[in-house]
Write a protein that binds this ligand. Structure first.
Ligand code: NAG
Length: 244
């Protein structure tokens, strides 16, 4: 509670406590986190490097995969280094602004991830249900536009989140029972009416992740529909290859 200041509406720093109840095991829990983080860095960077250097991979699917890898790198680099520092050095203190930045980056980039999954599903849908026009529909300009739209959607819908938290009073405590700063974790410790803020965040979550999920399911239903209505067995197995 050191940085907690009664004259201020919000404390200048928050304290992340990691995984509540498992403080004693933090050092052990940090090992898989660290290994998986390093593997994610290595995997995503190799992916970016390979796709960049191999011109035969400059196809819609792989371009969306690159965008996904960048979003993945941002999300895990926003959360994990701070988490490791908390686990290793008991350094749970995080400045208010840094905390809000974490909220924004984690939520906006995970929203973008879901958009990139939807874009990939759309690519497969066109490749299978309209194969002859695939390259005419998914030109580089269209792919760039879709990527930009996904980034803008994530940024626009999630940028209110830090402001919704910024103007809340945190009069009870500055301790966050979580491993990183997250919207609902902060809402929980605020001492004010937060119903509208919660509703906004739930609506945004539905309009992004929820809607993307439904549309991805639809794309697979349409793909299966196409595959099972193909005239010959030959064409069907050909399609199953594309589907993979
Ligand atoms: C990229 O990073 C994410 C974590 O943010 C991880 O889940 C994914 O497996 C990584 N991709 C590769 C190819 O390693």
């Amino acid at each position: 509670m050191s940085a907690y200041n009664k004259t201020n509406v919000h404390p200048s720093t928050f304290i992340l406590i990691g995984i509540p109840g498992l403080e004693a095991a933090h050092i052990w829990i940090s090992i898989p986190f660290c290994v998986v983080y390093l593997l994610a860095l290595l995997g995503n960077c190799s992916l970016l490097f390979i796709i960049k250097t191999d011109p035969s991979l400059h196809e819609p699917m792989y371009l969306f995969l690159c965008m996904l890898a960048v979003a993945d790198l941002v999300v895990c680099t926003t959360a994990v280094p701070k988490l490791l520092s908390l686990f290793w050095f008991h350094d749970g203190e995080i400045r208010f602004e840094a905390c809000l930045t974490q909220v924004f980056l984690i939520h906006s980039c995970s929203t973008m991830e879901s958009g990139f999954f939807l874009a990939m599903a759309f690519d497969r849908y066109v490749a299978i249900c309209n194969p002859l026009r695939h390259s005419a529909i998914l030109t580089h300009a269209v792919i760039g536009g879709m990527g930009l739209a996904i980034v803008l959607r994530g940024t626009a819908l999630l940028s209110p989140h830090p402001f919704l938290l910024r103007w809340l009073p945190y009069c009870r405590t500055n301790i966050i029972s979580h491993t990183y700063c997250e919207f609902m974790a902060l809402i929980k410790i605020a001492c004010a009416e937060t119903r509208i803020r919660r509703a906004y965040s739930l609506i945004v979550a539905f309009l992004t992740g929820g809607l993307d999920f439904i549309l991805i399911i639809c794309s697979y239903v349409l793909i299966l529909h196409t595959v099972f209505h193909l005239p010959s067995k030959d064409a069907r197995s050909h399609c199953m290859i594309l589907f993979k």
